[in-house]
Design a protein. Structure first.
Length: 394
């Protein structure tokens, strides 16, 4: 009986093994067919040779000549308009504001009344100081009369010298008291004058920070109002430090500077050079410069950004290239110079840029040909093909 059971189990095992083998063979066939199909549709195409190297066409580029010619030394920068003076108005005495004598945002002149602080407490102090001075002055006059009589009596031997000296000392003491009273009265009058706050400069007022009835204190942190002088105004901008020698000499006092609001050419205003900083910014290698603009028509407003143009001189032998030829890398600015249909990478030092032309101080020579279009496909030493020429430089 046991042998029959064992034989049945062996037969069942053989049937299961045959079924599993069939499954494995079918799976392997499917995988083989899938791999064959992928091989047909996804086979990598032959790799194309990089542009400009053997096996690939040279990239087309546009070129322009490096031209030597006379060029105005023109500086273009972004500047900031600043008020020629800005004054924060603060109270010098404490008290409630009785009156505000201007409209916020209005123009005021130096000396115009701005605020009135309640003067009554300070007027009372003045009155008290005047009374004390009057009392002590009367006492002084009385003592001076007594001292004069004592001198007469002493000269005739009627009173002793000690009595005369006592009266003389009393007079000197009272004179000192009267002088102190005068000082107290002047201080009280000064405090009273601080209750009327006048504009120290001419200009335009900003937003009011206090209102009628507000209690102010002497030298509060926040100003009551700010006055900005908007005529004239200054325009501050930076120029490359290497151009500093061109700003020396008496002729630079008449250098004209033009400032205009970006995108609004009709807003252009003309001013003169007013300030050159005494030191350069090490981080940017620039020098801060200020132009002074009359601004009578209020075209420029403090806080605005403006486009600034300043012409320094004429450079008779400037090397000029299209601005499009100048590229930048981590090592600095460079151009691609074409020689024998080969692109050569050259570092350059830029003098200044005027729109679509750039003046180069070093790195290229007159007659060199530089790439103006097609840089993205270039590498140093790559062969190139030249497109039909476009305007080289104006």
């Amino acid at each position: 009986m046991n042998r029959i059971v064992a034989l049945a189990i062996d037969v069942e095992h053989m049937r299961v093994f045959r079924n599993m083998r069939s499954v494995y063979l079918a799976s392997a066939a499917i995988l083989l067919i899938g791999a064959t199909g992928c091989g047909r549709t996804g086979a990598p195409a032959p790799s194309a040779a990089p542009a400009g190297r053997a096996g690939g066409p040279p990239p087309p580029v546009a070129i322009a000549d490096v031209v030597e010619r006379a060029m105005p030394v023109t500086i273009r920068a972004v500047g900031t308009v600043e008020a020629s003076s800005t004054v924060d108005i603060r109270a010098q005495v404490a008290g409630p504001i009785l009156a505000i004598s201007f409209q916020e945002g209005a123009d005021v002149k130096a000396g115009d009344l701005l605020f009135t602080i309640d003067p009554r407490p300070f007027q009372g102090i003045v009155n008290q100081a005047e009374s004390v001075l009057a009392r002590d002055t009367a006492q002084l006059n009385n003592l001076e009369a007594q001292a004069q009589r004592a001198d007469d009596l002493f000269s005739r031997g009627v009173i002793p010298k000690a009595d005369r000296d006592t009266l003389a000392a009393n007079v000197a003491s009272m004179r000192a008291t009267v002088n102190a009273d005068r000082g107290t009265l002047e201080a009280a009058r000064l405090q009273l004058s601080y209750t009327k706050i006048a504009a120290p400069v001419s200009g335009r007022t900003g937003a009011l920070q206090v209102h009628q009835g507000s209690l102010v204190r002497a030298n509060d942190a926040a100003p009551m109002v700010t006055i900005s002088a908007t005529a004239p105004v200054n325009v501050t901008f930076a120029i490359p430090a290497r151009l500093l020698p061109r700003l020396r000499g008496p002729e630079t006092r008449d250098l004209r500077i033009t400032a205009s609001i970006p995108g609004v050419p009709e807003s252009a205003a003309t001013g003169k050079l007013g300030f050159v900083d005494s030191s350069a910014n090490r981080a940017t290698d620039t020098i801060t410069v200020k132009g002074v603009f009359p601004n009578g028509n209020r075209q420029l407003w403090p806080g605005q950004y403006v486009d600034v143009t300043m012409q320094l001189a004429i450079e008779p032998h400037a090397l000029v290239i299209p601005t499009a030829a100048v590229q930048a890398s981590q090592q600095g600015q460079f151009v691609y110079v074409v020689k024998d249909n080969t692109a050569e990478m050259r570092p350059v030092r830029i003098g200044w840029t005027d729109g679509d032309i750039t003046v180069v101080e070093s790195g290229v020579s007159a007659g060199d040909k530089v790439v103006t279009d097609g840089h993205l496909r270039l590498t140093p030493g790559a062969k190139i093909s030249i497109k039909p020429a476009v305007a080289s430089s104006r």
